[in-house]
Design a protein around this ligand. Structure first.
Ligand code: FCB
Length: 425
C-alpha cells in the first residue's frame, strides 16, 4: 500500500527508546469467540435484541476456533503483543464447576501466543460474567469478591509462568455505569438515560453523557479487583497486575473546572485512584467529553463522527495518558490497552491512529511512563449489540469468517517492526 505522506512512516523515537515496548492489538472474549452461551450477555441478547440491542453475538468472529489464525496474522503483520480475554462463563459455566476443557483451551492460547513471539496481556473479566453470577446478584452480592478471587485462582493454571501482564476487570467504570443505567431503567427514570426507552446506537451520547455509576457497584468492583490481585501476587509475585479504565477525556470549558472534576470523579477518577498501588494501569481512550458551566456539551457541529457517533478526536489518547499519570502518580506504568476508531473508511483509521500515536509520543516525551500500545481492535467484532461499528485492523467475513488484514493492519504492523526486538522471547 502506498502510504500517504501525512501518515506516520516510522515509529516515533519515544517508543523505540523503551526496551520491551509492547505494540499490538486487543480483543475481548465475548466480542470475538462466538457462542458464549453460559454468560449473562448471551441471556441479555436473547431478550434485548430488537429493543436496545440490534443483533446477538451469535458466532461473533468464531475466534474460539480460529485463534491460531488470528495470532498467526498478528505476528506476521509485525506485532509483538496481543491482549485477549479469558471467559469466566466458560471456565466456570456453573457455580463451582470448572470446565477442564476451557482451561486447556485458554492455556493453549497463552502458550500459542508465546510460541509466536506475542507477549500475552490477559484480561480476566471483560463485561460478560457467568449467568449464574449475575443471577445471584452480580458484583454487589456479598460474596462477589470471593467468587471472583476463586475464579482468579483457577485462572492461574491458564497463566502458568507465561503471562506477565494481567488485567483483572476491564472498564470497571463502564460496568458500574451500566449498573446505574439498569437501575434508572428499572425505576423508569428515562430522562437520565437519554429521554427514551430505546436509545439507538446512532444517537449514542458522548461517553460521559450517561447516568452516574452505581456507587455500590463501584465499591464492589474495587474490592473484587483487590481480591484478585492478592491471589495473583501470592502465587506469582512477579506478575504485573492492573485494571483498565475507560478514559473519557473530560475537558472543562473556562469556568467549568470544578464541575468537570466533580463529574469525572465517580465516572473515572475513583477507578484510577484505586490503581495507585497496582503494577500498571490500562488507558482506553477514543474520544473526548467537553463540559461547560451548564453541563455536558455536544461535539462541535462540524465535527467528523465515527460509526459509534463519537467525535473523531485522535488526541484523546495523549490527554488520557496525561490525566491518568497525574492521578496514579509516577510509580504506576501505563499500558494503552485500547485506542482506535469505528469506521468503514480504513484511510480514516490510519489518519486517526497516526495522530493518536503522535499525541501519545508527546505525552511520553513529557514524562508519562508508557510501556505499550495495544490497538482496539485486532478484528472486526461484536460491538456489544451490533456488528456495524467496525474497529478492526483485520476484516472478518460474517459468513465464512475469512480474515483479511486491512491496509491499516499492514501499516501499523510495519511500524511495530521498527521496535528493537532483541528482548523478544
Ligand atoms: C470499550 C470496550 C471494548 C470496545 C470498545 C469500543 O469500552 O472495552 O470492549 O467495545 O470500547
Amino acid at each position: 500500500m502506498a502510504t500517504p505522506p501525512d501518515h506516520l512512516d516510522a515509529l516515533p523515537e519515544e517508543f523505540r527508546a523503551r526496551p520491551g515496548f509492547l505494540f499490538g492489538a486487543s480483543t475481548s472474549a465475548h466480542q470475538i469467540e462466538g457462542n458464549n452461551v453460559s454468560s449473562d450477555w448471551w441471556v441479555l441478547e436473547r431478550t434485548a435484541v430488537g429493543g436496545f440491542l440490534e443483533a446477538p453475538s451469535g458466532d461473533a468472529a468464531d475466534s474460539f476456533h480460529r485463534w491460531p489464525e488470528d495470532m498467526d496474522l498478528l505476528t506476521g503483520l509485525g506485532f509483538n503483543a496481543y491482549r485477549f480475554g479469558i471467559e469466566w462463563a466458560r471456565i466456570e459455566p456453573e457455580e463451582g464447576r470448572v470446565s477442564r476443557a476451557a482451561i486447556a483451551h485458554y492455556r493453549a492460547m497463552v502458550v500459542g501466543a508465546r510460541a509466536r513471539g506475542l507477549t500475552p496481556v490477559v484480561t480476566l473479566h471483560h463485561f460478560s460474567s457467568p449467568y449464574w453470577f449475575a443471577a445471584r446478584g452480580g458484583w454487589t452480592a456479598p460474596d462477589a469478591a470471593d467468587l471472583f478471587a476463586r475464579y482468579t485462582e483457577t485462572a492461574l493454571e491458564v497463566l502458568g509462568d507465561d503471562v506477565d501482564y494481567v488485567a483483572t476487570i476491564n472498564e470497571p467504570n463502564m460496568v458500574a455505569l451500566i449498573a446505574g443505567l439498569s437501575k434508572a431503567f428499572a425505576e423508569g427514570r428515562f430522562d437520565e438515560i437519554g429521554g427514551t426507552e430505546h436509545p439507538s446506537d446512532d444517537e449514542e451520547p458522548a461517553a460521559g453523557a450517561l447516568p452516574e455509576p452505581d456507587a455500590a457497584t463501584t465499591e464492589a468492583l474495587i474490592r473484587a479487583h483487590r481480591a484478585a490481585a492478592a491471589v495473583l501476587k501470592a502465587a506469582r509475585p512477579e506478575i504485573r497486575v492492573g485494571w483498565t479504565v475507560a478514559n473519557q477525556v473530560f475537558q472543562a470549558e473556562p469556568g467549568a473546572e470544578g464541575a468537570a472534576a466533580a463529574y469525572a470523579w465517580p465516572r473515572e477518577d475513583v477507578f484510577l485512584d484505586a490503581a495507585r498501588g497496582d503494577d500498571w494501569v490500562g488507558v482506553q481512550a477514543y474520544t473526548r467529553t467537553r463540559i461547560g458551566p451548564d453541563g455536558l456539551l455536544p461535539a462541535p457541529e462540524d465535527a467528523e463522527r465515527t460509526l459509534k457517533g463519537w467525535e473523531f478526536y485522535p488526541d484523546a489518547v495523549g490527554h488520557a495518558v496525561r490525566h491518568t499519570a497525574e492521578i496514579v502518580g509516577p510509580d504506576v506504568p501505563i499500558l494503552v490497552t485500547e485506542n482506535g476508531i469505528a469506521t468503514d473508511d480504513d484511510e480514516r483509521r490510519i489518519a486517526y491512529t497516526t495522530q493518536a500515536l503522535a499525541s501519545l509520543a508527546a505525552a511520553m516525551r513529557d514524562g508519562a511512563d508508557v510501556h505499550g500500545y495495544l490497538h482496539w481492535s485486532a478484528l472486526d467484532n461484536y460491538e456489544w449489540g451490533s456488528f456495524r461499528p467496525t474497529f478492526g485492523l483485520i476484516a472478518v467475513d460474517p459468513d465464512t469468517f475469512a480474515r483479511t488484514p486491512k491496509p491499516s493492519a499492514h501499516w501499523l504492523g510495519g511500524l511495530a517492526r521498527g521496535l528493537d526486538r532483541t528482548d523478544r522471547p
